[in-house]
Design a protein around this ligand. Structure first.
Ligand code: FHN
Length: 428
């Protein structure tokens, strides 16, 4: 797969993201941490109106609860995330098996989480936070310590800068945006930029166009040609950026010719909301990760720190359990280093991935005693041996026509998902 430059004269389509050396680390990653943290985190998901009634939301709270601008600024002025512990966050990610981390440097509210010189609507100049601290610098050091790549989310949509929704002065906003991106790239040397908000309809006569996207992509690649950029820099065409960005879903049929990454919340919201207890189970999270990996995608799983900057314990517990699953019995090494199987259809009972001469079947619904699992083959191959990772039980495999029948002799080896490794011999 490759891609063609969308229009002559742009230098943004610099190489083929599928084979480029600069994307290698990303293609090998499969699992990353998303962090939604901003001025909205100070409200922890709840706004009390002057009349005493309440309104709930997370990172969209300012807009969805129609908080007047001056009042929102007053609330955010109290933001003091003194408990933000970059080392603990990077360690949690590393122990979970995550290889990169993407934090919201600026979300739609426009508030910068670093001491930008472009305006004062930022964590140093407009907060109760220690003015000598810089959480992005702290994260950069911590992620370097744990061998994790760092990326920044940056919203093109901006609710705070008046020029961002004024067609006559939109150009001025774009200049400030480029200046902020220059700061981010030169101060923190990120490996990745994750754009969002390109779809805003706030600015009808002057919406974000494909051309704006091409110019911005070209600009950031000029800052650092090694950067990985997502497709929301432009209009989400296959040619925009390096990576597709399905949100809250794992596509059954990923877009052909595009690297992709599913981003997903660990409960119901991106930003912290103290009332949101809709936590996904560790089993579901492992299944999401293996399902994504089995389709050659990456899984960017979100956490939302609270007003003090602390990652919720429920998130940490789940990440720890995912890490334990990945470490046990070589499951992570097997499943995450593999990709779409090609030679079999994905079954309903789990996900299959393939690397070299091996198929890895992550089984979510283990068959009852004496039961079996079937796979539909798409091409000629033989299964020469099979084993259950983490178990010494015997597994019989038989191929009749295009149907491969797998018969384990015991119970599942792991409560979250059990992996069956099949040795396959393909002709030629
Ligand atoms: O509106 C945002 C939302 O708050 C969150 O940041 C997600 C993450 O992909 N993106 C937007 C919606 O597409």
């Amino acid at each position: 797969a490759g891609r063609v430059p969308a229009s002559p004269g742009t230098n943004y389509a610099i190489d083929d993201p599928f084979t480029a050396e600069r994307t290698q680390w990303w293609r090998d990653s499969r699992f990353g941490m998303f962090i939604h943290f901003g001025g909205y985190s100070q409200l922890e998901g709840e706004y009390r109106r002057p009349d005493g009634s309440t309104c709930q939301n997370a990172e969209w709270i300012q807009r969805e609860c129609a908080i007047p601008r001056a009042e929102y600024e007053d609330l955010v002025a109290r933001f003091d995330p003194a408990g933000f512990d970059a080392d603990a966050i990077a360690r949690t990610a590393a122990e979970a098996g995550q290889r990169y981390l993407v934090i919201t440097a600026k979300h739609h509210e426009g508030y910068a989480m670093w001491p930008t010189k472009v305006n004062r609507w930022n964590l140093r100049d407009h907060s109760a936070f220690d003015e000598n601290r810089d959480i992005l610098a702290e994260l950069k050091q911590a992620t370097d310590r744990y061998g994790i790549r760092l990326g920044f989310y940056y919203s093109i949509w901006d609710w705070h800068d008046p020029d961002a929704s004024n067609p006559d002065t939109f150009g001025r906003y774009q200049e400030r945006m480029r200046e902020q991106l220059r700061e981010l790239v030169s101060n923190y040397d990120p490996a990745l930029l994750w754009f969002d908000g390109e779809w805003s309809t706030d600015n009808p006569p002057n919406p974000w166009t494909a051309q704006d996207g091409e110019r911005l992509e070209s600009f950031v690649r000029g800052l650092d040609p090694e950067l990985i950029v997502n497709n929301r820099v432009g209009k989400r065409r296959v040619t925009d950026g390096d990576t597709g960005t399905p949100e809250q879903e794992i596509p059954g049929e990923p877009v052909a010719g595009q690297l992709w990454e599913t981003c997903m919340t660990i409960n119901g919201h991106w930003g912290y909301a103290k009332w949101d207890h809709d936590w996904k189970s560790s089993a579901d999270l492992v299944r999401n990760l293996t399902t994504t990996a089995g389709r050659s995608g990456n899984y960017l799983l979100n956490v939302g720190p609270d007003a003090r900057g602390r990652v919720p314990a429920e998130s940490v517990t789940r990440l720890r359990e995912m890490g334990e699953w990945l470490r046990s019995d070589g499951q992570g090494a097997a499943v995450l280093s593999a990709g779409a199987p090609g030679i079999v259809e994905q079954p309903g009972w789990g996900t299959v991935s393939r690397r070299d001469g091996k198929l890895y079947a992550s089984v979510y619904d283990w068959p009852g005693s004496g039961g079996s699992l079937t796979l539909q083959a798409k091409s000629a191959f033989d299964v020469t041996a099979a084993r259950v990772l983490g178990s010494d039980q015997r597994v019989d495999v038989e191929r009749t026509g295009d149907t491969v029948t797998i018969r384990p002799s015991g119970g599942p080896a792991n409560g979250l998902a059990t992996v069956i490794e099949l040795d396959v011999a393909t002709p030629g």
